[in-house]
Design a protein around this ligand. Sequence first.
Ligand code: GAL
Length: 802
Amino acid sequence: MKYTYLLFSIFLLTAVFVHAQNQPGRQVSNFDKNWLFNLGDVTNAQLAGFNDAGWRKLNLPHDWSIEGKFSKDNPAKPEGGALPGGIGWYRKAFVVPDANKRKLTYIEFDGVYQKSDVWVNGHHLGFRPNGYISFRYELTPYLKYGGQKNVIAVKVDNSTQPNSRWYSGSGIYRHVRLVTVNKIAVDQWGTFVTTNTVSEDSAKVSVKTTIRNKGGKTGEYKLITGLYDMAGKAVGGRVVNQLLIKDSLTIANQDLLVLKPKLWSVTKPALYQVVSKIISGNVVLDTYTTTIGIRDFHFDVDKGFILNGESVKIKGVCLHHDLGCLGAALNVHALARQLKILKEMGCNGIRTSHNPPSPELLNLADSMGFIVMDEAFDCWEKAKEKYDYHLFFKQWHKRDLEDQVLRDRNHPSVMIWSIGNEIPEQSDSSGFRIAKDLAAIVHNLDSTRPVTAANNHPDTKNQIIKSGAIDLVGYNYHHNDLVGFHERYPDKKFIGTETTSALETRGIYDMPSDSIRRWSDEDKQPMNPDFTVSAYDNVSTPWGSTHEETWKIIKKYDFLSGMFIWTGFDYLGEPTPYTWPARSSYFGIIDLAGFPKDVYYMYQSEWTNKPVLHLFPHWNWEPGKTVDVWAYYNNADEVELYLNEKSLGIKKKQADDLHVMWRVKYEPGTLRAVSRKNGVVVLSTEVKTAGSPAVIQLSADKSMLKAGDADLAFITAKVLDKDGNLVPLAKNKITFKVTGDAFIAGVDNGDPTSHEPFKANYRYAFNGLALAVIQAGETSGTVMVSAKAEGLPAAEIKLVVK
Ligand code: GAL
């Protein structure tokens, strides 16, 4: 191998990479559109000539479960979201140009839930049981070229249930692509880029490129690897002038030096692109782009998590993959909205509980600045549910885990691998063996990141911890044991893999608020007869804590590197306590519709510098009732509360308090809070007694949408009184109407007990709020969204699609 060092040879780099955007040598086409779908099993649907006339036409990503009806009798059970599963078939006809005859064509799936079988023109390509893993099949030997029709058929089997402890969704719920490359090309997930000896002055970027030769001529080729900043400016590059490409796989290692790198951090997530080109003479055989970030991090026994030389507390949340009323069907705009809401709270971490995420989640985490704990499994060989992944673990875990690591290991956001959540084998000798096996699989492919496991029994008998295989001791819960962590594990590094599990229903307030309630099978009291749970942060599971309890501890000790709160958003399924008619969780800091619960502002007051003064509850009570009034605040020394302009006193957070409280005898009117620092007013906020519903107010998270991109606007409908106050318990039925090229992709209100359909044009408001998700169509133009409710004037909002 002869290397020519090209650093700063900007001319050559630009000359070579001017085509980089066009990806010469490689065609990647979106394969989401125009599929045919049939719910239910059919015989012979894999055959090319099968008559699929009459099947429903749709675009992917698609989740058929979310279109179904809630029933406690659905085999998924309320824990799985109480929606139907079953078997579904997808088919798609397509043509491949003659020009691709000499090339290789692959179909790539980002995730199919679950047990998928794929055929092309009647040839079985493979079976993949894991519903969260990305996979591809080669189509080349079976394709017909020119104008001839090819047919892909996919059978998805989610009929064996229960197979999940949360809502899984069903179908081809993530993106699908066709990828066409030359016979010599960068392999699938064929680059591994690591950043070493990182400082503000320089960084070494090491690029390992795996090239697959499938029928191409062996011989000498050129491999050029360039590094670009996000403005597209070349900042480094290397070339291997005579790379001997053999049959099958060839590996090339190149180091690039970057001066004055822009480091990736959670506040400034700078990204770079590595562009790899394989060249034969003057022909570019392949162009392959890898997005990376340059950063240095490690976990320290005493100091916790260190990023680029600085201590950073991981303030993370666990997320399941569903997108509320959109179900599991991936939509990057819905995901981006979730992450934006979390970022505004000050959150800097995400745990992909308990499975590999969509590639889009990691792309967003890279560009928005989140630390990701990328998790593989919720079970190993032992079952949690009768039909879950334990049935496939022995045969598939190596392949699945390797594919996850290969796919995700270039993302700068990914900083921790988790090999499992609350694995039953923790207390069994097989846990020792399997933990070692899994950690070795990960470390073999990536030695730059620590491996952890999320342990709910993190005692010294724990076989996973005992095995020594995990680099970080992951604790689920046990908040009272955290301070003593080093007495138990003197030289080990800590991560709070899962914490909290507090329960709240947005907008519900039970008095008194100052005693902590642990829900348990014996004491169901914290759950009200109407299946609501008070939103003062004082109810939790018996194994968990309130939000304040855990954060107070994590915040105090440096060695507690951080935590992932259960959960950022409410999710479908797991309505702990398992009380039908509830069908979704109460754990979220934010409800299923994306409306923050009050505790969101506790975190915002702690985790951001943005001035916060959040006052609750609402101010509509029975006269004379004793009501607890809470305020979360920051950047101030004190808060004074006024009821109808009469002061109810000044409160200051004492010691490690995270809120202040007044016990107030209710009288209607205006409750006003004023925060002050050194006597100067910082913020003032008020809550007024609302009258009866008079107006619907519509607001959109964004009003400019992109055509042809499944772009979404989240429209909040608020029920207000005639003076503009939110009517706190309003439950008016709101009917939405869309004109223009757009449609209602889903509706919600955040009520975990509602059995109204998510795919509908109406929603009853829940505690004053409802949501309509509007999806832009293919064409540009104006879209009008209107909302009406009986007895109230219609409201309207305009969206512009470009
Ligand atoms: C944990 C588990 C999570 C979720 C949570 C609810 O034990 O890891 O998946 O079930 O409890 O509190």
